[in-house]
Design a protein around this ligand. Structure first.
Ligand code: ADQ
Length: 745
């Protein structure tokens, strides 16, 4: 912008300078022309008068001379005429001049011997005074004095200046406009496109069908950048190939291998995990206490890791019977039927939970990080509770790690953005990792958060920050770069702030992939499954979600509606079973959304009303994994239509469940899982028509192609399972360098 400004100012100054110079020349020329013209006119007039004056003088007729002078003065722009005798006496003077000519004007002070004119002020007005001698040079008989008004000359010259000034103004406006347009079209536009191209290249996007902008001025850079991109792609492919080969040579990650690796690397130190949600929740059911596993990706992902490492999980105790089963340190061994690790529960007051969890985390940070067009709400009171609860968890962690050297602390998710700094300040030797399970948006979107600096500063207390994808990691680095004073080493994805460095890396989360020998219990067939729901259908689609506005459930329902409209053959033959666990219903937006999903299902069902068939079966409750599995196994199609999702474990769970290597996954390209599960039918969930067509394509895929796709996806999830995620994350944390500096303020 500064360059554009400089360019405009230089052009404007140059153009204004040239215009002023030309205007000045024009003014000088014009003045000379007008003055000469006045002289010439005066001469002609005087000559026409000369003979008559001389003959009247010869006759000595003063009254006739007076009348002649008066009559002669009655012409355009002539102010008056006077006749002086050879001795300088006034012989005749027109009336209009009698007052101004009380004194003889300068121009005729010495009676001129040849015609000449000057400009003078007479009675305060600028006049042209012209003296014309009478008689001949040897016999001077006096002078005719002709006075003309000359005020039009400066007025005319002023007009020239004014017009020049106006022209400069218009030129300035045009120059500014044209410069801005040219800079925008020819410089900024291509540079922005090139920057975007490079950003996407850095994020690892497939750029095969995108070309670098090749505008004239940028073509040398475009050439260099293209070559650079080719080199980068080659290096990336080589690195991927090397990684793949290394990968293949390593044994598959299993709970046993994870346990073994953790034992070696952690040298008996337990792994401490902190999350908001607890992995096991105790509830009163009549007189009995029941233990349930809450729905959600986080628990599904971390429970196997803690089982493998016999670690400690610190979380908010949110079950109504939670406090009836813990010991005096608020601990309990879990899973209750087969204890493998310890759960420590942290109690929160209702006010704390409302402000920290429902408020700041889920009405502020959740919509802030997801581009799902829901407005974040930032209440200072929620922020206060968020800060207080982070401090409370910090106190619990610090108590647990007291006496341990270099403990490993793995913090989970957006509920604890401030926790890394709170722990690091007190325990610089602790190895702190923070895994962010949801997307990280771009710096502009994140910039609306009033406490963005505090959040980023808090997070940078961690030694390692993990995201699901490189794209989210890059967004985070960009955000830090724009918000905080720090040094970023892009080639190592490291942020250095105040002598402490934080490594930022992608760790794509996954699910457990049980071995062939651990095949689950047999499940009912499709017909039977649907019969239990009171529906008859030939084709079954399944959706499994927490009922959250980011999951694209309404869009999915509308796609089913469109599919049945567009391909009416499937009416009466295709049913979507939506398993939807109500979630965060304390928040009005979520309660409203749940009602909306219900109504939308009813509306669509009413539209296609049939006796023993429904377009959508919406099962609005939490389901155990064992209840979900038959739907995964029997579905022809699984629909994952998130509007924005960090990873989405449902997509991977579906793939894992398909040990028959069959079934089609329709997957939103805005879910992190789409980066790995390339054999899914990728869709834009906002495009209802596209999703409807994908359902049709999915149901009509060539069986061999369908199985091949599923086989490849299963291979991918089998290799990149949850144990690999946990292993990579914890190994990275174990080797990352920690700050050994003293507590910082
Ligand atoms: P979530 O938004 O909770 O997780 P997701 O990854 O889809 O989302 O996991 C949902 C989990 O809940 C799955 O294990 C699924 O089986 C279970 N579930 C869904 N519906 C259920 C129902 N009706 N009853 C019982 N269980 C149900 C966050 C991020 C994700 C990220 C995960 C893990 O938003 O992007 O993948 O963390 O990091």
């Amino acid at each position: 912008m500064r360059i554009t400004f400089r360019l405009i100012v230089s052009l404007v100054v140059a153009v204004a300078g040239v215009a002023a110079l030309f205007a000045r020349f024009q003014v000088i020329e014009e003045r000379t022309r007008l003055e000469t013209e006045m002289d010439r006119r005066a001469l002609l007039l005087c000559e026409s008068l000369q003979d008559n004056v001389e003959s009247l003088l010869a006759r000595g007729s003063s009254p006739a001379l007076g009348r002649l002078v008066e009559k002669f003065s009655n012409r355009e722009r002539v102010k008056g005429t006077a006749v002086y005798g050879a001795d300088g006496s006034v012989l005749a003077v027109s009336k209009a001049l009698s007052e101004p000519l009380k004194e003889r004007p300068h121009g005729v002070k010495d009676l001129p011997t040849k015609p000449s004119g000057t400009f003078e002020m007479l009675a305060g007005v600028r006049m042209h005074v012209f003296g014309h001698p009478l008689g001949d040079p040897e016999n001077n008989k006096g002078v005719i004095l002709l006075v003309q008004e000359a005020a039009h000359i400066p007025a005319h010259l002023n007009n020239i200046w004014k017009r020049a000034f106006l022209r400069v103004l218009i030129q300035m406006a045009l120059i500014t406009l044209i410069t801005l347009l040219v800079v925008r079209w020819s410089v900024q536009g291509p540079i922005a496109r090139m920057a975007d191209w490079m950003k996407r290249l850095r994020a690892g996007e497939d750029l095969s069908n995108l070309s670098v902008p090749k505008e004239d001025a940028l073509s040398p850079i475009a050439r260099e950048v293209s070559t650079f991109a080719q080199h980068l792609n080659r290096a990336r492919t080589a690195a991927e190939e090397e990684a793949r080969l290394r990968h293949q040579s390593e044994a598959l990650w299993t709970p046993e291998k994870l346990k073994e690796v953790m034992k070696n690397r952690l040298q008996g130190k337990p792994l401490i995990v902190v999350s908001n949600r607890e992995p096991y929740m105790h509830l009163h059911r009549g007189r009995k206490i029941e233990c349930i596993i809450p729905a959600g990706g986080l628990v599904a992902a971390l429970d196997p890791v803690l089982r493998a490492t016999d670690g400690l999980w610190i979380a908010h105790g949110s079950g109504d019977a939670d406090w009836d089963v813990v010991d005096d340190k608020n601990r309990i061994r879990v899973p209750p039927e087969d204890p493998h690790y310890t759960l420590k529960r942290v109690a929160l007051t209702e006010e704390e939970e409302n402000g920290y969890y429902f408020g700041f985390s889920n009405e502020g940070l959740w919509p802030l990080c997801h581009i799902a067009h829901a407005r974040p709400i930032f209440r200072p009171s929620d922020w206060e509770q968020y800060t207080a609860v982070n401090a409370k968890f910090a106190a619990n962690v610090l108590e647990e790690i007291e006496g341990m050297t270099e403990p490993l602390v793995l913090l989970q998710d957006y509920h604890f953005a401030l926790l890394p700094r709170l722990i690091k300040d007190k325990r610089p030797d602790a190895r702190i990792g923070l895994f962010w399970h949801i997307p990280w948006t771009n710096p502009e979107a994140f910039g609306i958060c009033p406490w963005q600096k505090e959040i980023l500063y808090g997070m940078l207390g961690a030694d390692l920050i993990g995201f699901h994808t490189q794209f989210h990691a890059n967004n985070f680095l960009d955000t830090v770069d724009r918000t905080l004073e720090c040094r970023i080493e892009w080639e190592r994805f490291t942020i250095n702030k105040g002598g402490h460095s934080t490594l930022v890396k992608p760790f794509p989360i996954s699910v457990d992939f049980p071995s062939e020998t651990k095949k689950g219990a047999p499940v009912p067939g499709k017909e039977e499954l649907l019969k239990e729901l009171g529906v008859k259908a030939e084709f079954l689609a399944v959706g499994v979600d927490r009922v959250d506005y980011t999951k694209g459930i309404l869009e999915r329902f509308r796609a089913v509606e469109r599919f049945l409209e567009k391909y009416p053959d499937y009416q009466g033959r295709f049913t979507l079973v939506q398993l939807g666990a109500p979630s965060r219903t304390h928040i009005k937006r979520y309660a409203d959304f749940l009602a909306e999903v219900d109504q939308e299902a009813d509306r669509i069902n009413l539209k296609f009303k049939a006796k023993s068939w429904k377009a959508i079966v919406f099962l609005k409750r939490h389901h155990n994994p064992a209840e979900i599995r038959p739907f995964y196994k029997r579905a022809d199609v699984c629909l994952v239509t998130s509007l924005h999702d960090g990873m989405n474990l449902v997509a991977k769970e579906f793939v894992v469940a398909r040990d028959d290597s069959d079934g089609v996954l329709i997957l939103s390209r805005f879910a992190g899982a789409s980066r790995e599960l390339r054999d899914a039918l990728l869709i834009n969930p906002y495009d209802v028509e596209q999703t409807a067509d994908a359902i049709y394509t999915g149901l009509n895929l060539d069986p061999a192609d369908r199985r091949e796709r599923m086989r490849r996806m299963r291979e991918n999830v089998r290799e990149n399972n949850i144990y690999r995620w946990a292993g990579n994350l914890v190994l990275e944390l174990a080797q990352v360098s920690t700050s050994q500096e003293g507590p910082r303020g």
